[in-house]
Ligand binder design. Structure first.
Ligand SMILES: [Zn+2]
Length: 140
């Protein structure tokens, strides 16, 4: 037996996931989440409100599915041109496969962030539908 008391390590909860795997959407309604989380059977869910934390605990989950916007993809692509050049110079290759894993992940993270910024902006301000009206290929 040791003369020194054994120090039990304090159990820390698995909050490390927040940096790499933070929920983006409320598990109940599918809205973007803030800082609220709720644990149910060892799984963590994002919640948009305390009311939805309770709904998630009851098992009420969102049936909503996010849709891809081509305009959002093009927006994110245009925002990442400079970043692509920066990483290409750093990795001495324009071929994405030659970049370091960290740089590839960083690039996709930046791309996704730009896409979500665009999606959030469209959700707040709506989408201009006048593009269809300007279609000059129609002869009617
Ligand atoms: Zn919600």
């Amino acid at each position: 037996m040791s003369l020194f008391p054994t120090v039990k390590s304090k159990r820390t909860f698995h909050f490390n996931f927040l940096e790499s795997d933070r929920p983006s959407l409320c598990g109940c309604c599918g809205d973007p989440v803030g800082p609220l989380l709720v644990e149910v059977d060892g799984k963590w869910f994002g919640a948009c409100s305390m009311e939805h934390q309770e709904e998630i605990k009851k098992g009420n989950r969102s049936p909503k599915v996010a849709q891809v916007s081509r305009a959002g993809v093009l927006h994110a692509k245009s925002k990442l041109k400079e970043r692509y050049k920066e990483f290409s110079v750093k990795n001495k290759s324009w071929a994405f496969r030659d970049w370091s894993e960290d740089d590839r992940v960083n690039f996709f993270e930046s791309y996704t962030r730009e896409y979500l910024k665009h999606a959030n902006e469209r959700a707040r301000n709506g989408v201009d539908g006048s593009y269809e009206i300007q279609d000059k290929t129609r002869t009617e």
